[in-house]
Write a protein that binds this ligand. Structure first.
Ligand code: F0G
Length: 419
């Protein structure tokens, strides 16, 4: 009714649900995109200016064996690594790059731990604009570096860390007409809120109790939070999930800040973790992350390199796979479930942010037993060692002889064993 503050002009929730679903059957690029089919809530660029690679529409997988091992009834993984460039960054990049091009920029740029640069390079190439990538030398996974090159970016490896690259880029964009595509760009967050809409569609509009995300530069948690807040405002859902953020122990400035002062101030750290995507010591969006944890009631946890490696292998053994940074979600969930912060009856969605092929070096080293040092493994208990032994699948070299192959087959355990 006209004059009712707050509800006037709001779109009808059921009509939106129907429209979003219906667009999936269309042949138009903007309809096939899992970001732009929600364009009613993305009023940032005209439809005909959209640059899309048909991002989004990623699967929500069940993880029954992992759920059983954790004593949970129900565990799901939303795999954002199934996006066109293999990471969740595509949903934000389609939005921000479309704005950059519509605004007339010829150059776009980002500092990155690898995935943002891969996404930016691809979308810039689609749009026909130039892109500049600043990455820390020797600190990103080869798969990601190869993407930036393949998609034609000018790729600069700076002798510093990610935080150093951000600093340099800040100066560059002040001195040259280059559009900044780091996650402080507000349009990226607009795109990155859409997986929340998709997740709700996939859950029949019943919000899960928990969504767990990895924390690096700390933009993604608040982007999802914004998605849930908008759905609540529109009456599409009635409650938001608790959004929890998991950091690697060696790159844990948010965790430390929450322990030390409840998130009032953040002391940057020198970051060191094999989960290179989240090797970030001075996260740009930490204040937004603190607000998101507060309003949704989520937690921040930290996990060790050993815990990350094991969780990654477990996600792989479910036939899903992910890159190391994504596996912190499962490692963190184990902690939340162990002390009752996540209950058996509650539904949990892990947000897997990157594809397993992004960092195959890590995976191969793990299975060869070369990833973790002896010193790191020293304090591992017998149950943990047994779990590693169960999951490791080092490739064997054999003569080209069927008998030799059959002998290996005979020696295999009869069942995969409990998860
Ligand atoms: N997972 C993956 C695979 C990532 O690439 C990143 C961030 C994150 C999680 C953390 O997300 O920064 O929103 O907290 N990667 C950025 C990059 C920094 O440059 O690709 P966040």
């Amino acid at each position: 009714m006209a004059g009712q503050p707050g509800t006037r002009n709001l779109p009808n929730a059921s009509a939106l649900r129907y429209l979003w679903q219906e667009r999936r059957t269309s042949t138009l690029g903007v309809d096939q995109s899992g970001v732009w089919r929600f364009r009613d809530l993305l009023p940032i660029v005209a439809e005909e200016r959209v640059i899309t690679l048909r991002e989004g529409n990623t699967p929500l997988y069940e993880m029954p064996r992992t759920a059983a091992a954790l004593g949970l009834n129900w565990l799901l993984a939303k795999h954002q690594g199934m996006n066109p460039t293999g990471s969740f960054k595509d949903t934000g990049m389609t939005a921000a790059l479309s704005v950059a091009v519509a605004s007339g920029f010829e150059w776009v740029a980002c500092a990155s731990t690898g995935n943002t640069s891969a996404a930016m390079a691809a979308y810039a190439a689609r749009a026909g604009v130039r892109s500049l990538v600043l990455i820390p030398e020797g600190k990103i996974a080869w798969g990601k570096l190869s993407q930036a090159m393949d998609y034609g970016s000018t790729t600069l490896q700076l002798r510093t860390d990610f935080d150093g690259c951000v600093r340099v880029l800040g100066e560059v964009v002040k001195r040259a007409p280059v559009y900044l595509l780091n996650s402080v760009n507000p349009y990226r967050l607009e795109g990155q809120k859409t997986p929340a809409f998709e997740m709700m569609e996939q859950c029949d509009w019943q919000a899960p109790q928990h969504v767990i995300v990895p924390g690096g530069n700390l933009a993604n948690c608040s982007a999802l939070g914004k998605g849930f807040a908008e759905m609540m405002h529109l009456g599409l859902v009635h409650q938001a999930p608790k959004i929890s953020v998991i950091q690697a122990e060696g790159a844990n400035p948010l965790y430390r800040s929450l322990q030390a002062n409840g998130g009032a101030a953040l002391e940057p750290v020198v970051a060191k973790t094999r989960a290179s995507a989240i090797q970030i010591g001075n996260p740009a969006s930490w204040k937004k992350a603190v607000r998101t944890l507060a309003w949704t009631g989520g937690w921040c946890e930290q996990v060790s390199e050993r815990e990350i490696a094991l969780a990654k292998a477990e996600i792989g053994a479910e036939g899903i796979g992910c890159e190391p940074a994504s596996a912190v979600t499962l490692a963190g969930l184990k902690k939340l479930a162990a002390d009752g912060r996540v209950g058996r009856e509650e539904t949990v969605v892990l947000l897997l942010t990157g594809h397993t092929l992004k960092d195959s070096d890590y995976t191969i080293k793990y299975h060869l037993g070369e990833l973790l040092s002896e010193a790191e493994m020293e304090s591992a208990g017998s149950a943990e060692l047994a779990e590693h032994a169960r999951l490791r699948r080092a490739p064997m070299v054999l003569d080209a002889d069927a008998d030799a192959v059959l002998r290996v087959l005979d020696a295999q355990p009869s069942a995969l064993g409990p998860a």
